[in-house]
Design a protein. Structure first.
Length: 652
């Protein structure tokens, strides 16, 4: 049954008028009968309401969805389950979408496109920090709030919508082998494996930026949805006539392998650093589709040996099906994917006595192999090129080996990415560590573990640059971890990043060893900062999990309310070493400086319907009138929507 104007939606809302529709359902303007506020409600299609498992997830995910808060995210306010009707109630954003802006203007000046894209990445960073992936970033899902445009920053108006749809429908996709996404914005790993994570959102945002600059997506063209999707895996991104610095950032967002893309936080910071240099550039003329697409390069690793090498097994398709796509559009696809029979391995030709095996790196091979499953249902794990019989393999030293990894963003808003370039001739690993911040500046020290090549090996010699670095001292920090370093002297600005470099003398044998070593370094660092047996306040930016707001259970009207902000470590709340007390005396603690940039990162607000007042600097709360059940709200750096336990206000 379709909604009707004036009809009730649950107990709190009434339908006002229909705004639009999409693949998942219709969007209506609704009125909250409790305070007459206008909101938007996405009413999901009836087939979703008839899925008992989806309804259960819908209810279970309510808290997660309604607590996702960021200035650039359309806030979900409520989820309504009523008979065969499911609806997501969210803030109403008046001003149209980025898709409408593109339709009207064709292309945007680079400075404006970069500002808008950086704001989208800010929204994604906030979502990724709490484990939520959007899966369907595109201009249609980026709204522009006409009431929030600020000066010369177009990004202030950005509001990303439909995180709720992605979260609720994702598990349904997994259980029915359906694909959710828009072919022109699908990442290679979503096309080939049906899997999406934070790097997939970053990739889709890169496509969005490309479209804002050029008026078209890079792989749009003739053919079916499959044809478009396949190009994400196999084709090079057509170059745009933009400055090299901008193109390099865009190319990183559109890297084929997820590990080669920056995090959302890092990408936003990289784009913002470009704004001054591109401020005066005019918008491009809309770019026509290329006559053809260039096949993606396949960088090779050469494996040498004197003995004949047995043919490697040909990979077969996994149990995870590849998406079956139909006619090309820009609509979101929600479609079942039929399973295909795995192809039989192809018998390899005999090798010559002296052979040169050239194959693609594992990451790139994965995407190409996956695409082949989709395209022709015949896969090959490696591409083998043999020289003429009797030709000797060159004896030059092996090439430099690179690898990278990305940590999940921490509650404080810290993101950490690590990349390594290994020179096998010098036995030297150059490690670059990039620290990013979300909604507040962050400061060191940061813990980094750089272990030996094997667990039994001694710690390697390390030379650091761009920071003040000392060995981690367990007697000082309380953290006992081999090969640990304390990286200090850094301040990471809000929505920006900084890097440090380490030269590590270590013997690593090939790509797999380099990958494994970098992964082990990241894992050892994460394990050390997550140890629930450790007490104390060392490395607060990495170890702080939450902030607890405490007040007396009762206070007297007309007096300042004592408020204490307690750090919550992996071991639990720490009442001995508070982050901040209000009213405050003296300088802010080093912890508060590190996680919030000092008192400028702290703000209290009234949670008592006017019974509390807050000073102009946001740091002192005063009880005004009698109230039996009050709360005080707080923001500390990246921690938002903090709320105290209830307390009462009485008379003297």
């Amino acid at each position: 049954m379709e909604p009707e104007i004036g009809e009730a939606l649950g107990a709190s809302y009434r339908f006002v008028d229909r705004i639009g529709s999409g693949a998942a359902g219709e969007v209506w303007r609704v009125r909250d009968v409790r305070d007459e506020t206008l909101r938007a409600a996405k009413v999901l299609r009836r087939e979703h309401a008839q899925d008992a498992d989806l309804v259960e997830r819908f209810i279970r995910e309510r808290t997660v969805l309604t607590r996702l808060r960021d200035p650039h995210v359309v806030a979900v306010r409520d989820l309504v389950v009523e008979g065969e009707r499911l609806a997501i109630v969210m803030d109403l954003v008046e001003g149209g979408s980025l898709r409408q802006a593109l339709d009207e203007r064709g292309t945007l000046p680079p400075a404006e496109a970069v500002a808008l894209t950086a704001a989208v990445l800010d929204a994604l960073a906030a979502a990724h920090a709490v484990g939520t992936v959007h899966r369907d970033i595109k201009p249609d899902n980026v709204l522009l709030d006409r009431d929030a445009r600020e000066g010369d920053d177009p990004g202030a108006a950005v509001r990303v919508v439909d995180f709720g749809i992605a979260r609720v429908l994702d598990e349904r996709r997994r259980s029915t082998t359906a694909v959710i996404g828009t072919p022109e914005y699908m990442s290679p790993e979503l096309v080939t494996l049906g899997e999406a994570g934070p790097p997939s959102d970053v990739y889709a945002t890169g496509i969005l930026l490309y479209e804002l600059l050029s008026g078209r997506t890079p792989f749009a063209g003739p053919g079916t949805d499959f044809t478009v999707a396949y190009r994400h895996v196999s084709a090079e991104v057509p170059r745009l006539d933009v400055p090299d610095d901008l193109w390099r950032v865009l190319a990183r967002l559109l890297a084929k392998a997820p590990a080669e893309r920056p995090s959302a936080t890092e990408a936003a910071a990289s784009l913002r650093r470009l704004r001054a240099s591109i401020a005066e550039l005019a918008a491009l003329t809309p770019v026509a589709a290329p006559e053809g697409f260039v096949e993606a390069e396949r960088p090779a690793t050469v494996l040498r040996g004197v003995a004949p090498t047995a043919p490697e097994p040909v990979a077969v398709s996994s149990d995870e099906p590849a998406p079956e796509l139909g006619a090309a559009t820009q609509a979101t696809v929600l479609r079942p994917m039929p399973r295909r029979e795995a192809p039989q391995p192809v018998e390899a030709e005999p090798e010559a006595k002296t052979s040169l095996w050239t194959r693609m790196p594992r990451g790139r091979a994965l995407w190409i192999a996956g695409a082949a499953v989709v395209a022709v249902a015949a896969v090959a794990a490696f591409f083998v090129f043999r020289p003429p019989a009797g030709e000797a393999a060159p004896a030059a030293a092996g090439p430099v080996v690179t690898s990278s990894q990305q940590d999940r963003a921490l509650p404080t808003g810290l993101s950490v990415s690590r990349s390594v370039s290994y020179d096998p001739e010098k036995k030297l690993a150059t490690v670059t560590i990039e620290y990013g911040a979300q909604n507040a500046p962050l400061g060191g020290p940061f813990l980094e573990v750089l272990p030996g090549a094997a667990e039994s090996d001694a710690c390697p010699a390390v030379t650091w640059s761009d920071a003040t670095v000392d060995r981690n001292q367990a007697s000082v920090t309380g953290i006992s971890v081999p090969c640990g370093w304390s990286v200090d002297g850094l301040t990471v600005p809000t929505q920006d990043s900084v890097t440090v470099t380490a030269q590590v003398s270590i013997a690593l044998n090939g790509q797999e060893a380099v990958d494994a070593w970098l992964k082990a370094a990241a894992a050892a660092t994460t394990k050390a900062i997550s140890d629930s047996e450790v007490s104390g306040a060392a490395y607060p930016v990495q170890r702080l999990r939450s902030v607890q707001v405490t007040t007396p259970s009762r206070t007297v009207g007309g007096t300042a309310l004592p408020v204490t902000l307690l750090p919550v470590w992996p071991s639990g709340p720490d009442p001995v070493n508070p982050l901040f007390t209000s009213p405050s005396v003296g300088e802010p603690s080093a912890m508060l400086d590190a996680v919030a940039g000092g008192t400028s990162g702290v703000r209290f607000s009234d949670g008592c319907a006017g019974a509390l007042t807050v000073s102009s600097d946001g740091l002192v709360v005063t009880a005004l009138s009698v109230a039996p059940d009050c709360t005080v709200r707080a923001r500390v750096g990246n921690f938002t929507d903090l709320v105290s336990p209830p307390f009462g206000i009485t008379t003297r």
